[in-house]
Design a protein around this ligand. Structure first.
Ligand SMILES: Nc1ncnc2c1ncn2[C@@H]1O[C@H](COP(=O)(O)OP(=O)(O)OP(=O)(O)O)[C@@H](O)[C@H]1O
Length: 469
C-alpha cells in the first residue's frame, strides 16, 4: 500500500485529539504550529498501536489531509495557459518516464539543512556552475510529489516563490533541487524577538504579495505558517513547501481536512472552502507577528479546533492596547469567520496599515507634513453606508461593534517609527484614499458562533527541469 503524505483523509478522533498537548510557556512554543493535521492522523494510528504513546505534541511526524478537489486541467474552469500546459506536460513526462541522470552526476552533496516529516533537505552544489542549492529528498510512494513539483513549477518565476531548479528520480526517492534560502525560517526570527509594527508590516506585505500571486495563479497553499516562510541571505521572503497546495479554479470548492491545526481556517473544519483559507492562516500569522502568540490555542486538538470555531477574540484590551488600531482592524478583517466578509489578499495589500508602513511615498509625505500639521493622535476610519472607507478625525477610539476599522497611531512596539505621527493625518488620508474594501459586510469579529457560516533567479524553465531527466 502506498504511503500518503499529503492529500489523504484525516480523521481526527476525540481520543486522539485529547492526547494532544500543545501550548508550552516559551515564546517559541507559543508561536509554533509544528503539528499539521497529518501529524494527528499519524498519532491516531500510533495511539491505536500503543495506548501509552506520547502526547501528540511530542511527535515529529507529519500530516495527511484530503485533497478532494477535482484535478485541474481538463475539468478546470480556467483554461490553462500555453506555458502552463507545457510545464505540466513536461512534469508528466519526467515523472512518468523517470530520470536517467542521477543527482550525483550534477550536484555534490552537502550537509543537512532542514528536516521535513518525509525526508530531509540538504545542501548541494552544482558541479557545473558551483552554485549552492537546497535539495529536498522525498521518499517514493508519496502520492503528491508530482503535484508539489507541478505547482512549484507553475508558480516559479515569482521572486517570492522558492524556485525549483531541477527534479531527479532514483529508485527510492525524488530529489527536488531548489533555490537555497540561507536566511532560515521566519518562525525562528519570530521566536527570537518581538517585531516592531514597521517590520511586521513589511514582512507581512511580502507574504501577502506572494499569497496574492498564488491565488491569481489559481493555487491555494493551504499551509501558510511561519515555518514555511523562508528567508534569503539578503532577508527576502520566500514561500516554501507546496506539499499541501492545490490548484483551484474560480468558484471551485475544495474539501478535506488539510493544514496545520493552529492556522487552519474554520471553514476547513466544516469541509468546504476556497482560497480564503490562506487569508485566515495569514491572519493567524499576523496575530503572532503583532503580539507573539497564537490566537487559537488549547491543550488538545479538539480544544484548538473548538477555539478556531468559537473563541471571541478581544482586540481592545490588554496587550492589544499597545498595538495600533489599523493593525487590529486588518487582523479583524482577516480573522473573520464569515468567508464572504473576509478580505482578499489584494485588499490586505491596500489596507492603510500596510500602506502606511510600506509605501515610501507615504513616509516621505509624513516627514514633509510633519512640521506643518499639529493634530491629535486619534484618527478614525469609518465605513460610510456605501462601500468606501472615509476618514474623519475624532477624539478617542473604538466603535462599539464589529471589526474595528479605527486608526490610531499608538504602538508601543514601534515608538521610534511613529514619532512623526503628528504629520500622519494627511498621510493616512492619502493611504485611505487608495483603499476600497469591497462591500464591507461587517460582522462582529469572532463572536461565538453556532455553526460557522459558513522571475527571480528564475532560471527554471520547463526545459531545464526536463533536462534533469
Ligand atoms: N529552499 C530551501 N532553502 C533552505 N532551507 C530549506 C529550503 N526548503 C526547505 N528548507 C528547510 O527544510 C525544512 C523542511 O522543508 P519543507 O517544509 O519543504 O519540508 P516538508 O517535508 O514539507 O516539511 P514540513 O514538515 O515542514 O512540512 C524547512 O523548514 C527549512 O528549514
Amino acid at each position: 500500500m502506498r504511503k500518503k503524505r499529503k492529500g489523504s483523509e484525516t480523521d481526527v478522533s476525540p481520543e486522539v485529539t485529547d492526547k494532544f498537548a500543545s501550548a508550552c510557556d516559551s515564546r517559541s512554543s507559543n508561536i509554533r504550529s509544528h503539528f499539521s493535521l497529518e501529524d494527528y492522523a499519524r498519532i491516531k494510528k500510533r495511539c491505536k498501536e500503543d495506548v501509552d504513546a506520547p502526547p501528540v505534541g511530542s511527535c515529529k511526524s507529519r500530516l495527511a489531509g484530503i485533497a478532494t478537489a477535482p484535478p485541474c486541467g481538463a475539468s478546470s474552469l480556467v483554461p490553462l495557459g500555453r506555458g502552463l500546459k507545457r510545464k505540466i506536460g513536461c512534469i508528466e513526462v519526467i515523472t512518468r518516464i523517470g530520470g536517467k541522470k542521477k543527482i550525483d552526476d550534477d550536484y555534490v552533496k552537502g550537509g543537512t539543512i532542514g528536516r521535513g516529516k518525509f525526508g530531509s533537505v540538504w545542501l548541494c552544489r552544482s558541479r557545473s556552475c558551483g552554485v549552492e542549492f537546497a535539495c529536498k529528498t522525498l521518499i517514493k510512494g508519496e502520492e503528491t510529489v508530482q503535484k508539489e513539483v507541478e505547482i512549484m513549477q507553475h508558480l516559479s518565476g515569482h521572486p517570492g516563490i522558492v524556485t525549483l531548479q531541477a527534479v531527479y528520480e532514483d529508485p527510492d526517492c525524488f530529489h527536488l533541487v531548489m533555490e537555497l534560502c540561507s536566511g532560515g525560517r521566519l518562525i525562528d526570527q519570530m521566536a527570537e524577538s518581538q517585531f516592531s509594527e514597521q517590520r511586521a508590516a513589511n514582512i507581512f506585505k511580502d507574504v501577502m504579495s506572494i499569497i496574492k500571486y498564488c491565488h491569481e495563479m489559481g493555487v491555494v497553499h493551504r499551509d501558510i505558517k511561519p515555518e514555511n516562510i523562508l528567508l534569503t541571505t539578503s532577508g527576502k521572503i520566500k514561500l516554501a513547501d507546496f506539499g499541501l497546495a492545490m490548484r483551484i479554479s474560480k468558484g471551485q470548492v475544495l474539501s478535506g481536512l488539510v493544514g496545520s491545526p493552529a492556522y487552519v481556517a474554520p471553514e476547513v473544519l466544516l469541509g468546504n472552502y476556497s482560497e480564503k483559507v490562506d487569508i485566515w492562516s495569514a491572519g493567524v500569522l499576523l496575530h503572532v507577528l503583532l503580539v507573539g502568540f497564537l490566537p487559537f490555542q488549547g491543550d488538545s486538538l479538539k480544544a484548538v479546533f473548538e477555539a478556531i470555531k468559537t473563541v471571541k477574540l478581544d482586540f481592545h484590551s490588554g496587550i492589544w492596547e499597545s498595538v495600533s488600531k489599523p493593525a487590529r482592524d486588518l487582523l479583524a478583517r482577516m480573522l473573520t469567520r464569515d468567508v464572504s466578509s473576509r478580505i482578499t489578499a489584494d485588499e490586505v495589500l491596500r489596507h492603510p496599515w500596510i500602506l502606511f508602513y510600506t509605501e515610501r511615498s507615504l513616509k516621505t509625505l509624513s516627514i514633509k507634513s510633519k512640521s506643518k500639521i499639529q493634530v491629535g493622535p486619534s484618527i478614525q476610519v469609518s465605513h460610510s453606508p456605501g462601500t468606501e472607507l472615509s476618514l474623519s478625525r475624532i477624539n478617542g477610539g473604538c466603535h462599539s461593534q464589529g471589526p474595528q476599522p479605527a486608526l490610531t497611531s499608538h504602538s508601543s512596539s514601534c515608538k521610534s517609527e511613529e514619532q512623526d505621527e503628528n504629520g500622519l493625518v494627511d498621510v493616512l488620508a492619502v493611504a485611505i484614499s487608495h483603499v476600497r474594501i469591497s462591500e464591507p459586510k461587517r460582522t462582529r469579529l469572532c463572536s461565538p458562533t453556532g455553526p460557522i457560516e459558513q522571475q527571480c533567479s528564475s532560471n527554471l524553465t520547463a526545459n531545464n527541469l526536463c533536462r534533469a531527466f
